[in-house]
Design a protein. Structure first.
Length: 99
């Protein structure tokens, strides 16, 4: 992982977030990093926990609530752009995820 949370799987200039996984409470840049590191299956964040701070902006290190992250494509603190293609994998992290 680099200083802005990019990993070997996702490393474009927009891949700057890390997600705290519900199952272990640890931040990972992506589902593949979690799978390669942990010995347990990943769990989705339930809909009723969408206000949990579980997203880390790799640029400014601000923690965002899941709902705040899902409502924007930029960090509300530093205006760094997030990768809109992350929505394609949202079902791996968030229950009933709809962007």
């Amino acid at each position: 992982m680099d200083e802005e949370t990019r990993c070997i799987h996702y490393r474009t200039p927009l891949d700057i977030i890390a997600i705290k996984f519900k199952c272990c409470g640890r931040y990972y840049p992506c589902h593949l990093c979690h799978q390669e590191t942990e010995s347990h299956a990943a769990q989705q964040w339930p809909v009723h926990e969408q206000d949990t701070k579980a997203i880390l902006c790799g640029v400014c290190k601000t923690e965002l609530a899941i709902s705040a992250y899902r409502a924007t494509e930029i960090c509300p603190n530093c205006s760094a752009a997030f990768n809109p293609a992350c929505a394609l994998h949202s079902n791996l992290y968030f229950e009933s995820a709809v962007f």
